[in-house]
Design a protein around this ligand. Structure first.
Ligand code: SF4
Length: 222
C-alpha cells in the first residue's frame, strides 16, 4: 500500500479561471514572493493546453529564466529525448513547474515560495485536466503527492490523486551525468507510456473508475 496524503497547496483557495490565458493574465508581473526581485522572466508553462500527459518540474533554471520556457537547457534536451523514446513530442504534453520564477543560484525552493506560487500550478492542472502527471524530482513529487518521501522511494510507482494518475520520476537534471539514474529514467518513461495507454482504455470504458493499479486511499487533491 502506498502512503498518500494531501499536498500543501492542493486545497488552496482562490479564483478559478476559464483558460490558461486568463490565468496567465491574472499572474501578470507577479510580485507575490521575493523571487520577483531576482528573476529575469516568469516561466508560466508550455505545451498542449489539452494534454493527456503533464509534467511538473521544480523551478526554472538559468536558461529557462532567460528564455521564459521550462526545460530548454541540457535537462530539456534530455526530456525531449525521453519523450521521443516513448513516441511523444514536447508539443503533445504540457510542462510546468512548482515555482514560476528561478530561485537565485538554482537553490532549493523555500516553503513560503512553494505555498505562495503553487495555487497557480494547481489551477493549471485543473484547467488542463491531464489523465497522467509525471512529477520530475523531489519538490514536484512532494507537492503533488503531499509526501515527505524522497523521489528514490516512489519513482516509477503509480498513484492516484483525485482524477489524475501520478507517476513520479527522477528530475532529468539529476540524470544528466549519472548513467544509472538515466537508465532508471528511461524505464520510468516507459512506465509513463504504459500508464498513459491504459488510462486511455480505462477512461473510455468507465470514466477512469476501472483502474486497479493505484495505491493509497485515493484522496482528491485537485
Ligand atoms: S515564484 Fe510564483 S509567487 Fe513568486 S513571484 Fe514568481 S510567480 Fe509570483
Amino acid at each position: 500500500m502506498v502512503e498518500v496524503r494531501y499536498g500543501s497547496g492542493g486545497d488552496a483557495e482562490g479564483p478559478t479561471f476559464g483558460g490558461l490565458d486568463s490565468l496567465r493574465d491574472h499572474i501578470g508581473d507577479c510580485q507575490r514572493c521575493s523571487l520577483a526581485l531576482t528573476r529575469t522572466t516568469l516561466v508560466f508553462g508550455v505545451g498542449d493546453p489539452h494534454a493527456r500527459l503533464m509534467f511538473v518540474g521544480e523551478a526554472p533554471g538559468r536558461n529557462e529564466d532567460l528564455k521564459g520556457e521550462p526545460f530548454v537547457g541540457a535537462a530539456g534536451k534530455l526530456l525531449d529525448g525521453l519523450l521521443e523514446g516513448i513516441g511523444l513530442a514536447r508539443s503533445e504534453v504540457y510542462i510546468a513547474n512548482v515555482l514560476k520564477c528561478r530561485p537565485p543560484g538554482n537553490r532549493d525552493p523555500l516553503t513560503e515560495e512553494i505555498e505562495t506560487c503553487t495555487p497557480f500550478l494547481t489551477e493549471q492542472i485543473r484547467l488542463i485536466a491531464p489523465s497522467v502527471i509525471g512529477t520530475l524530482g523531489n519538490f514536484a513529487t512532494r507537492y503533488v503527492l503531499g509526501t515527505d518521501l524522497p523521489i528514490s522511494a516512489v519513482r516509477g510507482r503509480l498513484f492516484r490523486i483525485g482524477g489524475q494518475r501520478v507517476v513520479p520520476v527522477f528530475h532529468p537534471a539529476a540524470a544528466l551525468y549519472d548513467r544509472t539514474k538515466h537508465n532508471v529514467l528511461v524505464d520510468d518513461f516507459k512506465r509513463l507510456r504504459s500508464v498513459l495507454d491504459s488510462a486511455a482504455v480505462s477512461d473510455a470504458d468507465s470514466g477512469g473508475a476501472a483502474d486497479t493499479d493505484f495505491g493509497g486511499d485515493q484522496p482528491s487533491l485537485f
